[in-house]
Design a protein around this ligand. Structure first.
Ligand SMILES: *[C@@H]1O[C@H](CO)[C@@H](O)[C@H](O)[C@H]1NC(C)=O
Ligand SMILES: *[C@@H]1O[C@H](CO)[C@@H](O)[C@H](O)[C@H]1NC(C)=O
Ligand SMILES: *[C@@H]1O[C@H](CO)[C@@H](O)[C@H](O)[C@H]1NC(C)=O
Ligand SMILES: *[C@@H]1O[C@H](CO)[C@@H](O)[C@H](O)[C@H]1NC(C)=O
Ligand SMILES: *[C@@H]1O[C@H](CO)[C@@H](O)[C@H](O)[C@H]1NC(C)=O
Ligand SMILES: *[C@@H]1O[C@H](CO)[C@@H](O)[C@H](O)[C@H]1NC(C)=O
Ligand SMILES: *[C@@H]1O[C@H](CO)[C@@H](O)[C@H](O)[C@H]1NC(C)=O
Ligand SMILES: *[C@@H]1O[C@H](CO)[C@@H](O)[C@H](O)[C@H]1NC(C)=O
Length: 753
């Protein structure tokens, strides 16, 4: 089991150690029913401490350990975490009010042109309507923050809202005066990681970002404007977050030594207590049922308090059902590319100029360098062979992967290299050697010139950034695919947002690029890829929606984003999927499509849901009473049981082998959030091989906030090839502008946790 921090290619990270628990004790998260607390206790913490104190008498080997109680949780769950032996745990289980306990788990980790790509602009739409997220508070649960980054400067920010209850905690290399009107809170939660690493001698802790990930995600959500930001000349421009006037509060729960559920829960618990409006969490726990998933547990409490939680789908790639955070009450975000390309231009001695992919991080001089095409070395898979040529620009064919070729070439004595590859999406920003990647067609021209030209030469220039490239977005290969193993009856992910090669702030004392085998380069900004980078885009949009519509519930905010998402790319054709040879992407890869913030501002209709609706979902699952209470905290009412949530999308699952005709019926209630009366007519596109009927086909709303219901029935069959098919149901406003679209998906059943 693991939290996954959703950034890919973090190979500069120190490896972290799992399960370094003392032989005697390990950390458990214990859920308690508050209603059983005896009146003699002044607080829950006293009650929990007394339970742990009472273990002394039951456990003969008990050694007094003042740090045994790690955290007492108040908001997102009722209970505590503690370091316990097996027999102590058994004793705790006998306490009055005990609900459930499970051992601490390890999490897996998952620029700013993206705001333009999302059509955010100062003239119309959600930026002006929300005043850029002014006074919305976003809590980021991550690796900490680099507070000196220009992205956290507070020029242009007004006074901190008086409802804010958070604080800026000082610590090692982190002065509490570093917070300001932009970065309004910074706290760290390391008791779980310390308990799991008893031999750790490091005593220096604070909310300072020792990785870079948290600085990147938080500045993506709500970083201030920074002019002249770039990645060594690439992506040059003004950096800013999606909600540039929102407030940021960092809750550091991830440390180099580990990532533990007990710390994640403590961070989310504090964020809710402090009064955040939105939580962005770019990590997830794999292979856990909802009642043991700290993010599911904590975000249920957040949802009840009206806090939207945006989470990352994970970077597990193309296998179906590997997604995490597929939690019914959160927003689950997939990742895609932008309409931006980084390039070098290659000019041959005969005048031909080709623009090829490059992120070589400097203005290297490659001028009229002898161009070499030699079949003996063109696989570029041996530094020794390459160095026999000594100088010039070598052409590398596609017989070896471009990443391997980069490795061998960057250890050679050549001037530069030209790589031939049929790939055209890239998500890695490392390019340690002067060179460009060109297509096989272009490669044939270059080889022809190299073989037949007289004294052939090549020149290159770097640091080119192309905008408006097509097609975009493309679903990233790495993004995790649904259906959700924790609750497959709801379509996950919900939406897609930019996640590939996002430019945002980073810690300046880290090597974010390299030249040759061993020259590390640092920078104040970094290009990073992963669903970790997509999640904060969606969190920023949720903050803008909250600013524009303070009364909207988390379900309403999610509904607005889902029903207005765009399934088409910038060529007007269906978005493609880099993980499936650029075939049309399905909703299990990207949800309803690319998030479209200006349309989400005014969605026309919303599919709302109450906390009780989610309880009805839990009641429909094969969970015990205690497992449900672990999520809901207090007593709950299972008088209504439903596996069908009022969700803005539809999914029907088929078992492995059945020839029988299958059918599934859904009921939905939509609320008119447009101004005044409206009539909508339905347009249905059934998934291939299925039949869909919707009743009624017209919805008439007398005024704003009127509700209407409809039913949708799908008849479908199992597919031997385990393919995913999809269509949509679209409510189109008559004589109006609103288009409310929901995907309909037919997918194979996947193993459930
Ligand atoms: C911690 O240190 C003690 C004593 O050096 C050693 O016996 C024990 O194995 C160590 N524990 C871990 C988890 O490394
Ligand atoms: C924190 O910063 C303030 C203001 O810059 C300074 O007066 C104080 O000495 C600093 N505290 C520490 C512990 O460095
Ligand atoms: C390098 O590539 C050539 C051509 O594809 C191949 O024959 C050779 O075995 C490769 N060498 C290594 C060390 O991989
Ligand atoms: C090609 O490269 C090999 C290995 O370096 C070298 O022995 C050979 O002479 C080269 N061929 C030509 C035509 O340059
Ligand atoms: C439901 O849970 C019970 C007890 O945990 C288990 O025995 C049973 O197989 C489960 N049923 C299904 C359909 O998962
Ligand atoms: C449970 O909910 C139903 C319907 O909402 C209500 O009639 C009933 O009184 C509730 N029961 C409890 C114990 O709250
Ligand atoms: C369906 O088949 C896959 C292997 O193709 C297997 O892993 C899975 O358990 C099967 N599911 C069911 C519900 O039988
Ligand atoms: C399944 O795949 C096979 C081979 O790719 C293809 O011939 C067949 O038409 C597919 N069947 C369905 C139902 O898609």
């Amino acid at each position: 089991m693991g939290i996954v921090q959703e950034m890919i290619f973090l190979f500069l990270f120190a490896a972290f150690v799992v399960n370094l628990v003392s032989a005697q004790r390990s950390t458990y998260i214990v859920h308690m029913d508050k209603s059983f607390m005896p009146k003699v206790f002044a607080s829950h913490q006293h009650w929990y401490s007394s339970i742990l104190d009472s273990l002394k008498s039951t456990s003969p080997n008990f050694h007094q350990n003042p740090s045994m109680l790690l955290y007492s949780y108040e908001n997102v769950l009722h209970g505590f975490s503690a370091s316990l032996s097996k027999s102590e745990l058994e004793a705790v289980k006998k306490s009055l009010g005990f609900v459930s306990a499970y051992s601490d788990k390890v999490a897996t980790l998952d620029t700013t042109h993206s705001t333009e790509f999302l059509s955010l602009n100062p003239v119309t739409g959600i930026w002006p309507a929300s005043e850029y997220g002014k006074d919305v508070i976003v809590g980021v649960i991550d690796t900490g923050v680099w507070p000196e980054s220009l992205s956290y400067r507070d020029d242009g920010m007004t006074e901190i809202p008086s409802r804010w209850k958070g604080a800026c905690d000082g610590g090692y290399d982190f002065n509490s005066s570093l917070c300001n009107k932009k970065l309004i809170g910074a706290k760290y939660f390391n008791k779980g990681v310390l308990a799991a690493n008893p031999n750790n001698t490091k005593k220096m802790y604070s909310a300072r970002d020792t990785e870079g990930h948290g600085t990147h995600t938080s500045s993506t959500v709500g970083g201030n404007y920074v002019e002249g930001a770039s990645f060594f000349g690439y992506a040059l421009g003004t950096a800013r977050g999606v909600a540039p006037r929102a407030r940021l509060a960092m809750y550091k729960v991830i440390f180099e030594e580990g990532r533990y559920a007990s710390d994640v829960l403590a961070g989310m618990d504090q964020a809710i207590a402090d009064g955040v409006d939105v939580i962005s969490i770019s990590m997830g726990f794999d292979l856990v049922p909802l009642y043991e998933d700290p993010i599911a547990i904590a975000s249920f409490g957040a949802m009840e308090k009206g806090v939207t939680v945006s989470s990352s789908a994970g970077n597990a790639g193309t296998d179906l059902g590997e997604l995490h955070n597929g939690i019914p009450w959160v927003l689950t975000v997939a990742a895609g590319s932008m309409d931006r390309w980084f390039a070098g231009s290659l000019t041959l001695g005969n005048g031909l100029t080709i623009t090829g992919w490059s992120v070589f991080p400097a203005r290297a001089v490659v001028r009229e360098s002898p161009l070499i095409y030699n079949k003996t070395i063109s696989a570029c898979n041996s530094t020794k062979l390459l160095s026999e040529v000594s100088s010039g620009t070598v052409i590398c064919d596609s017989s070896e992967s471009f990443n391997n070729q980069l490795y061998y070439v960057s250890r050679s004595t050549l001037d530069a290299a030209i790589f031939i590859s049929s790939d055209y999406t890239y998500d890695d920003s490392l390019f340690p050697y002067p060179g460009v990647v060109i297509s096989p067609g272009e490669g044939a021209e270059v080889i022809n010139y190299a073989v037949n030209g007289v004294n052939p030469t090549a020149s290159m220039e770097f640091q080119r950034t192309l905008l408006g490239t097509k097609p975009a977005p493309i679903v990233a290969e790495y993004t995790s695919r649904g259906p959700s193993p924790s609750y497959p009856e709801i379509l996950k992910p919900d939406i897609m947002a930019p996640g590939t090669l996002v430019l945002a702030a980073w810690r300046p004392n880290d090597a974010v690029s390299i030249i040759g085998p061993n020259i590390g380069l640092s920078n104040d900004f970094n290009l990073a890829s992963g669903t970790s980078m997509a999640c904060p885009h969606a969190a920023g949009i949720a903050a803008l929606l909250k600013g524009a519509h303070p009364e909207w519930t988390p379900a309403a905010i999610r509904s607005a984003m889902v029903t207005t998402a765009n399934p088409l790319d910038n060529t007007g054709t269906p978005i493609r999927d880099a993980g499936f040879s650029y075939a049309t992407a399905t909703p299990v890869s990207m949800g309803a499509g690319q998030v479209n913030p200006n349309s989400a501002l005014d969605p026309g209709l919303i599919y709302d849901a109450t906390p009780q609706d989610y309880v009805s979902i839990l009641c429909s699952m094969n969970y015990t009473q205690k497992q449900i209470q672990t999520i809901t905290r207090s007593s709950y009412n299972c008088s209504k049981t439903s596996s069908d949530l009022n969700y803005p999308s539809f999914i029907a699952l088929y078992p492995n082998k059945t020839k029988n005709a299958l059918a599934k019926k859904f009921k939905r209630i939509v609320t008119n959030v447009g101004d005044g009366a409206a009539t909508y007519k339905v347009q249905v596109t059934a998934p291939k091989g299925s039949g869909v009927t919707v009743y009624p086909d017209t919805l008439v709303f007398g005024q704003k906030y009127d509700k209407q219901s409809y039913s949708l029935k799908i008849k479908y069959k199992a597919n031997q090839n385990k393919t995913v098919t999809f269509g949509s149901v679209i409510w189109v406003e008559v004589n109006g502008k609103h288009i409310v679209r929901s995907p309909i998906v037919v997918a194979p059943i996947i193993p459930v946790w």
